[in-house]
Each structure stands twice: as structure tokens, then as C-alpha cells.
Write a new protein. Structure first.
Lengths: 288, 157
């Protein structure tokens, strides 16, 4: 199918984009990488009156790394994140998870901000943002605010972004001593849509877990922080039997069944992913 | 409805023609520019048959509005051969039976052309096939073509 007609605007400054967005209101749709939006336009599941293309805006892409934070512009392409040498040192789970999204041909266009705003409940990067407690910088014509990732995702393809707002930047505060790993089972091959994904971080003192962060994709209508599993994991030896950690995680889930997995299958995958991710994280080179 | 005149360099030639905002690049290349080598399969980015190079990088032309390509450089399968002289990649695909019906082939060729230019490893090139659905070959012939090319490259280097 072909998209329905729409007005197309390609602003060249951020104030211009915000002003267009403010005047168009809910009938406008910002276009980032387009890898999820254009199929929605083509199938006419999404019929905006105006499409505001963000691809000609300067200054919305790029990665800046300081001692304790990483800032990523919302329009940064996933292929850039995946190959970023500095990120591989500072926040290796971000390139790792970015490389799991779609295929390289998709990642040349797809953006971090686009993936977060599309808020697919099975997507990798929203789960990563929740696990890392990312801050999402939202700007409108009048105001600017930062929303915590945990409060940003409100339902399947629904976020706290208001119609006049643009996601401009994502802030990750680095967690000293933590090592993060992303593990998933996909619908098709080595990459592509995840059925269930898990972002797991642990801090270790010897074999003892002194801190844990877990968030999963595909087991709830939004990326789900697994707080009960975090509490169970903390204070444990990482090589011990983690069955109860996995069960605590599963108890928090509210999976949506679809043709790629029913409720019990998704819960079974989560158990497996917790064991796999914990094992990977435990064997990672200890952080500096 | 927005109609604008856009200028795209397609396979080295500057093309200027009007585009409706809702026209995706794959349709623009086929219907407006008249280059039907770029195939349209699923129109949602899954099958990979419409893959072209945008400023050298492989992208889905069905997921890009034609107006977004304004001022950019596009390469399609028509740009690969030099007259009747196939590119080494096309020749390897032919000799290794890397195609049967040929529907996915233009996209596969563009992804692998990028892999060759970027100096990707044989394994990285093969992993690009994850972005292309081929129902005829079972990928055996395509992988054989990749193996041949990358082996030849090692010999020349």
C-alpha cells in the first residue's frame, strides 16, 4: 500500500521544528529514521496531516562522553552507536544493544530517539533506557524538561511525550563498577525483532553481587524494570543457582500474547535470558 | 498535499523531477526516474529487495520518502555493470547460481557492493544477507559468490 497524502515540512533549525510542531499539534508526526514510521504510513495505520522531517536539523545527532555521563543526540543513527569507539569503552552495552536492532540496512537510518519514541514493547533500546535509568530531554516551543525513562513509556507505542514536544537528547549516567549485558531471542535469525529481550547489569565484589539492574522487553505492554529480581540478585554469589531470581522476575511480568509467543513461552524465555545474561556479565572483563 | 521539485544524483547522473511528499524513494526510482531494477517487495523494510545505496550506505528505498533524498546521492543496481560488462560481484553471482527468479537480487547486490567497498570481512558480508529474503536459492549460491569474491580478494592482496 501507499501512504495517504500529507504535508511535508523539513525544518532546518530546532526552533523552526518546535514551532511547526506547536502549531500543527496532534495532527503532526515527527519523522526521525522512518524505519518504523514509514511502514505505518504505507499501511495507513498512521495518517498524519503533516510529517515533520527531523533529518535536516543540525545538532541533534552525536555522542558526547564525559567522566560520569554519556549524552546521545536523539537523531544519532544506530549504525553510529554500534561502531562508536568511545562508547565501546564508556558504555559498551549501548553499541551491543544497538547492533541487535533490525539489520544493518535498517540501522543506517534508524535513530535512538526514534526507537524510544516509537516505544515498541519488544524493542531493545527502550528496555536498555529503563535499565540504565536514562534521562530523556524533551523540548517544546515554550519549555524543556527531562523525563526518567521509567516514566516515559506508558503503554504499547505510547509515551509521555506531548504532541508539541520533541525528544532531543538522551542522557545516561554511568554506574561505576557495573557491567551490563543485553541478551535476546528474536523472531528471525541473529537480528531482527525480539520476542523477549533483557538488559542486565551487575556490580560485583569478588563473586558477590553488590548491585543489580534488570529491565526486559516483550514481557509487558512497556519495557519492564524487574525490581524484585534485582533485590533477590543483590547480595548473592553470581555463580549460585539463580532460579529464584528468574521466578521473581517472571512474577512481575504481564506478557501480551501474540503469534510470536504466548504468555508462558515469553516467561520461559525470560528465565533463560536471565541465566544467559548473568553468565555473560559475570564473565565480562571487570570495569575500570 | 506537497509536491516539490527534487534533485537526486542517481548512479552519477543528476535527475531533477517533481515528487509528491508521500511517494517513497523506491516508487520514485521506478516510476519517475524510470529505473525499474530496484524491486519492491514488502514495502515495510523486511524483505530487502528495494535496498539501494544512499550516500554509499545500504538503506531500504521503501522506507525513505523521495523528498528526503533531495540533494543526496543514490546508487541502484543499474549502476553496477559497465555496459555489458558485469561487475565482479554480479559475475560471481551468475557463476555461483546466486539467483534464480532474481527478485531479491538487486537488493542483495547493493548490500554486498557496500560490503566490498567498505572492506568488510567475509563473515560481516554474509551477515548482511540477514537483511534480504531469498526464497529460491536457500542462500547457498549467494554465499558461494561471497566466498569466491572474498577469496579472490585475499589472493590479489
Amino acid at each position: 500500500m501507499k501512504p495517504a497524502a500529507f504535508d511535508y515540512k523539513a525544518p532546518e533549525t530546532l526552533p523552526e521544528a518546535l514551532s511547526l510542531l506547536a502549531s500543527a499539534g496532534e495532527s503532526a508526526m515527527p519523522l526521525a529514521g522512518g524505519q518504523s514510521l514509514v511502514p505505518l504510513l504505507s499501511t495507513r495505520r498512521c495518517r498524519p496531516a503533516t510529517v515533520i522531517d527531523l533529518n535536516r536539523l543540525p545538532g541533534l545527532d552525536g555522542v558526547s562522553i564525559s567522566r560520569d555521563t554519556v549524552h546521545v543526540g536523539a537523531m544519532t543513527r544506530l549504525r553510529t552507536l554500534e561502531r562508536h569507539v568511545g562508547l565501546r569503552q564508556a558504555l559498551p552495552v549501548l553499541p551491543q544493544a544497538a547492533a541487535l536492532v533490525g539489520q544493518p540496512q535498517i540501522r543506517h537510518r534508524a535513530t535512538l530517539g526514534g526507537s524510544l519514541c516509537h516505544a515498541d514493547p519488544t524493542a531493545e533500546l527502550p528496555a536498555l533506557a529503563v535499565a540504565l535509568e536514562a534521562g530523556l530531554r524533551l523540548r517544546s516551543r515554550e519549555a524543556e524538561r527531562t523525563e526518567a525513562a521509567a516514566r516515559f513509556f506508558t503503554g504499547p507505542h505510547a509515551t509521555a511525550r506531548q504532541p508539541g514536544e520533541l525528544l532531543t537528547e538522551i542522557e545516561f549516567r554511568l554506574l561505576p563498577g557495573f557491567r551490563f549485558w543485553f541478551e535476546e531471542v528474536t523472531q528471525r535469525g541473529e537480528a531482527g525483532f525480539a520476542v523477549v529481550g533483557l538488559c542486565l547489569g551487575i556490580a560485583l565484589h569478588g563473586p558477590v553481587v553488590t548491585g543489580a539492574r534488570l529491565a526486559a522487553a516483550g514481557v509487558a505492554p512497556w519495557p519492564l524494570r524487574l525490581s524484585a529480581a534485582e533485590a533477590r540478585l543483590t547480595g548473592r554469589r553470581i555463580y549460585d543457582d539463580l532460579t529464584d531470581v528468574a521466578e521473581a522476575a517472571v512474577a512481575d511480568t504481564d506478557p501480551v500474547a501474540d503469534l510470536h509467543g504466548d504468555v508462558r513461552y515469553r516467561q520461559a524465555l525470560l528465565r533463560v535470558l536471565i541465566h544467559r545474561a548473568a553468565s555473560h556479565a559475570a564473565n565480562m572483563r571487570s570495569p575500570v | 498535499m506537497t509536491i516539490t521539485d527534487i534533485t537526486i544524483t542517481v548512479n552519477g547522473a543528476v535527475r531533477q523531477a517533481p515528487a509528491e511528499a508521500r511517494t517513497v524513494l523506491s516508487d520514485y526510482l521506478r516510476h519517475t526516474v524510470g529505473l525499474t531494477g530496484t524491486h519492491v517487495g514488502c514495502e515495510q523494510g523486511m524483505c530487502g529487495s528495494c535496498t539501494v545505496l544512499l550516500d554509499g550506505a545500504p538503506v531500504r528505498s521503501c522506507l525513505l520518502l523521495a523528498v528526503q533524498a533531495d540533494g543526496h546521492e543514490i546508487e541502484t543496481v543499474e549502476g553496477l555493470a559497465d555496459g555489458a560488462q558485469l561487475s565482479p560481484l554480479q559475475q560471481a553471482m551468475l557463476e555461483e547460481h546466486g539467483l534464480q527468479c532474481g527478485f531479491c537480487t538487486p537488493g542483495v547486490l547493493m548490500s554486498l557492493t557496500h560490503a566490498q567497498r567498505e572492506g568488510l570481512t567475509e563473515q560481516e558480508a554474509t551477515s548482511l544477507l540477514g537483511g534480504h529474503l531469498c526464497r529460491c536459492t536457500g542462500y547457498g549460491g549467494i554465499r558461494a559468490a561471497i566466498a569466491r569474491l572474498w577469496r579472490d580478494r585475499e589472493v590479489t592482496e
